[in-house]
Write a protein that binds this ligand. Sequence first.
Ligand code: KG4
Ligand code: ZN
Length: 361
Amino acid sequence: MRILGVETSCDETALALVDITPGRAVLLGEALASQAAVHALFGGVVPEIASREHLRRLPLLFESVLERSGVAASSIQGVAVARGPGLLGALLAGVSFAKGLALGLDVPLVGVNHLEAHLLAAGLEQSLPLPAIGLLVSGGHTELARMDAGEGAYPEFVILGRTLDDAAGEAFDKCAKALNLPYPGGACLDALARLAREQPALPKSSSLFSPPYVDNDTLDFSFSGLKTAAMTAIQKQPGLRREALCSVEEALADGRREPELARFCGHFNMAVAQALEIKTRRALERHGDARSLILAGGVAANSLVRERLQALAVELGLAFVAPSPDLCTDNAAMVAHAGGLLLASGRRHALSLEAIPRGRA
Ligand code: KG4
Ligand code: ZN
């Protein structure tokens, strides 16, 4: 079945065509336009601008994805769209576009939960041994979920824990912003932290920051305390903050010249990674029947987070599943894939499908 995926939940406008047959999904082509450069001017996503950019770019990307896939619009057999969670206006742009296409092409429409699509994304590259514990770490969400085989091809999801305040990616981005690193700052902070790890003196756990919200027995997360601790540390050591907003290359050059900057990022990254590892270990201990650990979302691209969670899976004798970096951040292939599994399980939506910006989509 040839499914078109539509992703507009935040600041990436993306379309992808995926061919799904039982047990196999092949990405035929994708077209993605990041709005990061537009929002970088404001230091964060501006919802109104995001919606308008999606509306402007979707028709152009549709032409590109067909061209790249080498298929005609008439061969699309289903349309899948991320219906939430996300920014309402941004989601509506994608949902309206998807409805128009499904109606025009006379094919089924299915709304997809963006978070579940992230957790299933690695299914485009490998099989996902279930039951699994999934850790989704993105700019807007941090969730631990249990995934079990469902009645059809689509798994059952049970949320075990979530962030009480900031998401892990948000914490990275806010810390990076306070240092005047380029937006979105997670990847740049990661690169600086890697420089610090190349210096042998950095210990395996952070002496500057404690892993936040771990002295409790819940599977929830909280990163706002760590964020505040980082802001306070930056105020006390003003030399850490770049004088002006810099590029990734400039930040890395600074990090080589100023070991304190790289070490600060290393400590911050370590505290986030430790908190994620501690809560995931707890979830795996409570769900001893899990066969795999799935790591997904933009922060899954973080080298230390990936390293530590992979080591945890190996220690517990579990399969470690994480999508390749392009499938970690927001993309439409994951939406097409999740939508294909839903359609294969006999689930579809009417044209009255609504966007669900908050809660379980
Ligand atoms: O999943 P995603 O693309 O979008 C959301 O659904 O939020 O995640 C984006 C988040 C941003 O906060 C970004 O800074 C973070 O993922 N991110 C990283 C890295 N690459 C992206 N955070 C830490 N280390 C990275 N290498
Ligand atoms: Zn996302």
